[in-house]
Design a protein around this ligand. Structure first.
Ligand code: C2O
Ligand code: CU
Ligand code: CU
Length: 512
């Protein structure tokens, strides 16, 4: 009997049973009519970003074939893919059409989906081909995102425009009545370099990722990718340092660091602290306030910004505060010859406060039920992050398409502690690595070894996350309960240049 039918007979709503039984439900749902059916196309486009000629880029567009029209929300004036809005429990089918001139595949960063729907690079489809995703939205409310994941081309494709946000809602979140509609701002942070003709400039542009074209870019090209590619123009949701007209009210700001490599230490110019209500894995148990918010590539933050008491006419700037570049570390003996290095102070966006008033929202003391329990007897795996011979390694290994080591094999639904140990290599070379696990969100148990790092004061280890920043010299312990979906999944550094260089590995979830 199908799990779904069984649950119906028992009078259990499939949604209520999701947390523990996602894998069983999935096997039954593929044949059923999806609640939402989308067509997602990746294709070249030209979008005006700077004054003058438009920028040639690659982008996602989407169309609702079945289900609520509100599932697809284009971001106005942005090259980013549309926001996709799902409700927990929905069965989703996405027909991905690759109209790019090279292979690609879509990954739903943050979503707990079956192996076939996860966008592993070995599933990449050729130019002109299609790929159909079937999955159920088992995640709780929160912000995720989608981006390409083809072998050694993720960084290039993402840099050239391929990314979009995903928002999931559920009854727990809806009951809070958080600011929505005009009260919700989507801030996807990216940096880019442009040439004189307004076209994107990327490391060894057009030659493919590291390894494909060898050392074609010469020593400096290699240095650029080892450090991660940094732009000198800051974009928020596809617009260069935008000015946004806002009212005197509370906003919910949904942050995504969609940059290839840059790490932001966010601050508001009017000195107000961030009221953080959630991150990668959804709402916190309780709100948290802090002056700075460190956001590494791949990470999201859910923030309340109350402008009710800010005088009309004020400009509130979203900034990245200055920090010394060696807080991120470096991979080379040479100073990084980039126009805007790590840690440079940045102006990202300006919120221009009008005289209009809108609703003030004060978050309740309890935002969500926190289900986290520290495991007492989970196996501990030490995962060294190292540098040697001009490359980055995870536990001494580099990416191999199908390979999995014994310590990278786990049983469905089992709980493990992984300890990412960022170990300085020869001549103290180490860099901050945002380590990401596909599928389930995890909890940070501890971090040691980088107490004085200036990025630390913007880091919080509250809530569920899928991407954790591991600073140079730091050891970060996380507790993860792996998905119920069996198969081959990825974990990697979300500095996309590091990922494409091979700082990525498979893990395999075996059936119970
Ligand atoms: Cu954004 Cu493999 O991830
Ligand atoms: Cu991911
Ligand atoms: Cu890295």
């Amino acid at each position: 009997m199908h799990r779904r039918e069984l649950l119906r007979l028992l009078g259990v709503s499939p949604l209520a049973a999701l947390a523990g039984s996602a894998g069983l439900i999935e096997s039954a749902h593929a044949q059923e009519t999806p609640d939402v059916e989308l067509e997602l196309t990746a294709a070249p486009a030209e979008v005006p970003i700077l004054a003058g000629p438009p920028t040639k880029l690659w982008r996602y567009s989407a169309r609702v074939v079945r289900g609520p029209a509100s599932t697809v929300q284009p971001l106005e004036g942005s090259y980013l893919g549309p926001a996709l809005r799902f409700t927990r429990g929905q069965r989703v089918r996405v027909r991905f059409r690759n109209q790019l001139p090279e292979p690609s595949i879509v990954h739903w960063h943050g979503l707990d989906v079956p192996e076939k729907a996860d966008g592993h690079p070995r599933l990449a489809v050729q130019s002109g081909a299609e790929y159909v995703y079937d999955f159920q939205v088992v995640n709780r409310a929160g912000m995720s995102w989608y981006h390409p994941h083809p072998h050694m081309r993720t960084a290039w494709q993402a840099y050239h425009g391929m990314a979009g946000p995903i928002f999931i809602t559920d009854p727990e979140e809806a009951a809070l009545g958080l600011p929505s509609g005009d009260g919700e701002l989507i801030f996807a942070l990216q940096d880019r370099r442009f040439d004189a003709a307004n076209q994107f400039v990327y490391a060894r542009s057009g030659q493919g990722g590291m390894g494909r074209g060898g050392m074609g870019g010469g020593m400096m090209g290699r240095m650029d990718v080892m450090n991660g590619w940094l732009g000198d123009r800051m974009l928020v949701s596809g617009r260069i340092q935008p000015t946004v007209d806002v009212d005197r009210r509370t906003y919910r700001v949904r942050f995504l660091n969609g940059s290839n490599a840059r790490i932001y230490k966010l601050a508001w110019s009017h000195q107000a602290p961030f009221t953080i209500i959630g991150n990668d894995g959804g709402l916190f148990g309780a709100p948290r306030t802090q002056r700075f918010l460190t956001l590494a590539p791949g990470q999201r933050a859910d923030v309340l910004l109350d402008l009710s008491d800010v005088a009309a006419g004020t400009d509130v700037q979203l900034q990245s505060a200055a920090y010394p570049a060696d807080a991120v570390g470096h991979a080379g003996m040479m100073e990084q010859a980039v126009p805007v290095p790590y840690g440079a102070p940045l102006a990202l966006a300006t919120l221009r406060v009008s005289s209009r008033r809108g609703p003030r929202f004060t978050p309740p003391a309890t935002l969500s039920a926190d289900t986290f329990r520290p495991a007492t007897s989970a196996p501990v795996r030490r995962v060294p992050l190292t540098f040697r011979q001009m490359n980055w390694f995870i536990d001494g290994r580099t990416f191999e398409m199908d390979a999995v080591a014994p310590e990278e094999t786990v049983v469905a639904g089992s709980t493990h502690i992984w300890e990412f140990a960022n170990q300085p290599g020869g001549m103290g070379m180490a860099m901050a690595h945002p380590m990401h696990l596909h599928g389930r969100h995890f909890r940070v148990l501890s971090r040691t070894g980088a107490e004085g790092n200036p990025l630390r004061e913007g880091i919080h280890d509250q809530g569920w996350t899928d991407t954790v920043l591991v600073l140079p010299g730091e050891t970060v312990r996380v507790q993860v309960t792996f998905s119920e979906y069996p198969g081959l999944f990825l974990y990697h550094c979300h500095n996309l240049e590091h990922e494409d260089m091979g700082m990525m590995r498979n893990f395999r979830i075996a059936n119970r």
